[in-house]
Design a protein around this ligand. Sequence first.
Ligand SMILES: [Zn+2]
Length: 164
Amino acid sequence: MTLTEIEEDFVFPVYIYRDTIQKIHLLTKDFENEIFGYLIGNILEWKGQIYVVIEEILFILGAVHSDKFSTSQIEGTAGKYEKRFQRLKEKRENENLRIVGWWHSHPGFGCFLSTTDLKTQEYFFPESYQVALVNDPHQDELKFFTLDKNSKNGYKPINYAILT
Ligand SMILES: [Zn+2]
């Protein structure tokens, strides 16, 4: 197999625009709290492989996610996000837009999923295409994760490509 053939069959599980990454960085860099929001995008398929392209992020001022929160506290915020998402779909006239995951910041303590984060993922974003984006604005780090029952931690990091 030549390199070209490999590249033609290769698809990243996640594509995100550089502008979106910059937006998340700007929203989170001045906060000591964990800022939290939804990832909105399209689910696509290439030669049997499902992947997502993140088109937009939803952000509610003051919406934070923390290990101290219970699932019911997060649920209150989730209801607000559902309404925002429906409005966005109407505004964009795009019925194919989906909630493809969520994002939140870990200011200064690196990118991973905590026990609460994992519960949030399992409870609110259980679909195989739904991803968790964690950014650490202080260390300028960003990672994507997905549920993985076979992994010791219950999740695994996944690769992503940046679109310009
Ligand atoms: Zn977290």
